[in-house]
Design a protein around this ligand. Structure first.
Ligand SMILES: [Zn+2]
Ligand SMILES: [Zn+2]
Ligand SMILES: [Zn+2]
Length: 761
């Protein structure tokens, strides 16, 4: 009988003829397998009769070249794969451990066929999977990846499953989560109070509950969703109020592409994303329909749709025949619930019924979110289905690193050799629950990827919990400016770090001068970078509060324009608000930090245009302004006169300032003339795009650069991104927009990792 063993050799084992010796010995002994070098030494995998394997080690040690020295040999038994031949693999082959762990994969067609075949032994089995599909990252507790180190450890395979597992001809050969109704995980139901609900047909019971308008907590792959019938406005409303999520859009899961097409316009690229193995939520333009409730995405012209990605989801949608709201199982702002002991306590009072199973989830993973703009996929949240695929650097890191990201949409990043592993989405790092999720996630990733960081990077902002975490590690810390990091994340995807002009339009990020940035054009040439242009700063009366209450920004914008009339206008536009107090704060400069953030400009315009005075989720005023504009100009093509532009002055000087003050007065005029917010929005978008184009031309002339990066959270606005992108391309520029890396703060950790890599001596 053949065995397979893996040997890790440490010591003086590289560059001393070790691999050819091993190759010669293994071939003489008739062993199959391979040998390669990695960052820590030599790795051998050899398969053959036990006495030959023993022989290999003995002869290796007696036939070593004089220069070689083996300090340590670590041997592990692995499962034979009936391989043939022995090979030396490409060397050096860095980060092999990084690539060993797969992302979670949506159910494959073969498994779906079996799922629907009444003669198959896994007919309607909600946990069917194979080597081509099923859970991976979310069930792995430790490496190397095999069943005892996953949350499948507690399920001993039945003889049928074992036979498949050991048969190299079988699709389930070495499928670690392999399972069947006899030996694998099972579904169960709990009532609203957490007590058991017995049912002869679990899925039918759930389908009935959904049809009756109940909210069902569904434990899936990386966490729990809250599901309800998307056509039932009462169900949608009650889910919103129980979850304290008043207006933020809900994602939907529909059974297949045909159903998705009833709800939204879907082009080929979007269809491909919807059906890809990653199965992200795709943001799509909503079709006029009365199939789903308007409360799904209030005020927006878009829908976030996804298709089933586990067999359980497939069966659930088939059983109920509905389009389902599928939103993260949490209270607003908390991380998604995933541990078995927390699901009921946390979701009691929200769910009427719990559809759970006994396969533990080890790592929480939210659904990923993408959108297609200008023919390119843009990632808004990179998590389930994409993580932990590495991003490669052109040259290796000298030492392992960790970067801690920013605050909102938190992620961290580990780096070793040439590879960067960007973590799953953790959420907004604003409270202890989120910090705990950050720390446990980090600990887990360090173990999975054998990475003990020796250098660390964080945001320049000292108060972020992520920055505090970085400093507390005691490692050397590099503080990386937020928008420089955004730019580097964008460049990392291209692998080309030659000089670039980078528009970083963003919410908030601390600048090097102590003010809040987010409206800059940076010139970035590896370690050298500086702002070349920026929006005129706007004071934020009340700091953070101004971000939640855009009317304050509107007042600040009018006040900045220095006209007496403007102040009385503010009183007129916001009669119920303490305008005088805000004006007095502005005059005294009391708690009015300055920000160039483009997000704040959108907020001010949205409030002045009458879109929204207060918001209930991040960026809401700007998002609604975009939606109204889109409705008003379904195919907005920005040119000089259609829609007409406002005036934005372009200053001179070392840093070009784009001054919006005159524009604000014009916005108010339009508002007073009762122009619809969509028209004002169109004029504003046109103004901004035209100004950015003009400044880009000027900067390109003075620097000779024609590569333009577009990044930062404000570019999640498709009107802005799409129009500026096309305009720049038309003018002959090369435009770089991040695709796999989020262009919002979910990508900051990756940019920080690139900064550490560039800075290494
Ligand atoms: Zn499969
Ligand atoms: Zn079985
Ligand atoms: Zn940012």
């Amino acid at each position: 009988m053949n065995l397979r063993r893996s040997y890790r050799l440490r010591g003086v084992v590289q560059g001393v003829g070790m691999r050819p010796t091993i190759y010669r010995l293994a071939t003489q002994l008739g062993l199959a397998g391979f040998v390669f070098n990695d960052g820590q030494g030599v790795i051998i995998e050899a398969e053959g009769p036990v006495e030959k394997l023993d022989d290999l080690l003995v002869r290796l040690q007696s036939e070593l070249s004089p220069a070689a020295r083996i300090d340590e040999i670590h041997v592990e038994e692995t499962l034979p794969i009936a391989g043939t031949g022995f090979r030396i693999l490409e060397s050096p082959r860095e980060g092999i451990r990084f690539t060993r762990i797969s992302r979670d994969l949506a159910t494959c067609d073969d498994c779906l066929r079996e799922l629907h075949d009444p003669t198959d032994r896994r007919y309607r089995y909600p946990f069917i999977n194979c080597t081509n599909c099923g859970p991976r990252l979310t069930i792995i507790r430790d490496v190397p990846y095999d069943r005892p180190r996953t949350t499948m450890a507690g399920f001993a395979m039945c003889p049928d499953c074992l036979r498949e597992y050991h048969d190299p001809q079988d699709r389930r050969f070495h499928a670690q989560p392999n399972a069947c109704p006899v030996c694998g995980p099972k579904l169960f139901l709990l009532k609203a109070d957490g007590t058991t609900l017995d049912s002869d047909d679990t899925l039918e019971t759930v389908a009935q509950a959904l049809r009756q308008g109940e909210v069902v907590a569904v434990k899936g792959l990386g966490g729990v969703h809250l599901a309800c019938n998307a056509a039932d406005s009462q169900a949608v409303t009650s889910l919103r109020s129980r979850k304290f999520r008043e207006e933020k859009p809900f994602a939907l899961m529909v059974s297949d592409l045909n159903h998705a097409r009833q709800l939204a316009f879907i082009n080929d690229q979007e269809a491909e994303l919807l059906t890809s193995v990653a199965r992200p939520i795709v943001i799509l333009d909503r079709k006029p329909n009365d199939v789903i409730d308007d409360g799904i995405s209030p005020g927006l012209g878009t829908l976030g749709l996804m298709l089933p990605y586990t067999p359980l989801h497939t069966l659930l949608l088939e059983s109920c025949g509905l389009h389902l709201v599928m939103t993260s199982g949490n209270l607003s702002e908390e991380p998604i619930a995933f541990r078995d002991d927390e699901i009921v306590p946390r979701l009691k009072g929200i769910a009427d019924l719990f559809l759970l199973h006994d396969r533990p989830i080890h790592l929480r993973a939210d659904d990923s979110v993408v959108r297609v703009v200008n023919g390119q996929c843009i990632t808004l949240r990179r998590s389930r289905g994409y993580v932990p695929d590495p991003i490669s650097l052109p040259k290796p890191l000298h030492r392992p690193i960790l970067t801690c990201g920013a605050e909102l949409k938190s992620t961290f990043c580990l780096g070793r050799d040439k590879q960067l592993i960007l973590s799953h989405h953790i959420g907004d790092l604003e409270n202890l629950a989120a910090l705990e999720a950050f720390e446990t996630g980090l600990e887990h990733f360090q173990r999975l990827f054998y990475t003990k960081p020796e250098a660390i990077a964080c945001d320049l902002h000292p108060d972020y919990l992520s920055s505090q975490y970085a400093r507390n590690t005691g490692l050397p810390v590099l503080e990386v400016q937020h928008h420089y990091a955004h730019t580097l994340a964008c460049l990392a995807e291209t692998g080309d770090f030659s000089p670039v002009l980078s528009w970083t339009l963003d919410g908030v990020g601390l600048g090097t001068d102590g003010t809040l940035w987010g409206g800059e054009c940076l010139l970035v040439d590896k370690l050298d970078w500086r702002p070349m242009a920026r929006l005129r700063p706007i004071p934020l009366p009340g700091g953070e509060k101004a971000i939640r209450e855009p009317w304050r920004l509107a007042v600040a914008a009018l006040w900045s324009s220095d006209s007496e009339e403007a102040k009385s206008l503010a009183m007129k536009l916001f009669p119920g608000r303490p305008v005088a107090t805000i004006v007095s704060m502005l005059e005294k400069g009391l708690n009015c930090p300055l920000s160039t953030g483009a997000g704040r400009l959108f907020d001010a315009v949205a409030a002045l245009a009458g879109v929204r005075e207060e918001i209930v989720y991040e960026g809401q005023a700007a998002i609604l302004l975009e939606a109204m504009t889109q409705r008003h100009y379904p195919e907005i093509v920005i040119s000089r006169n259609d829609p007409p532009s406002y005036s934005m002055t372009i200053g001179k000087g070392e840093i070009i300032e784009m001054d919006w003050r005159a524009m604000m007065g014009q916005v108010v005029q339009d508002r007073l003339e009762d122009l619809p917010p969509g028209e004002i929005g169109a004029r504003f978008h046109a103004t901004l795009v035209n100004t950015l184009l003009e400044v880009t031309r000027a900067l390109s002339n003075s620097t000779g650069l024609t590569r333009i990066a577009l990044t930062g959270g404000v570019f999640q606005n498709r009107l802005l991104l799409g129009n500026l992108w096309r305009g720049l391309e038309k003018a002959g520029f090369t435009v770089l927009v991040p695709s796999q890396i989020p262009l919002n703060d979910g990508g900051i950790a990756l940019g920080q990792a690139v900064a550490l890599w560039l800075a290494q001596k």
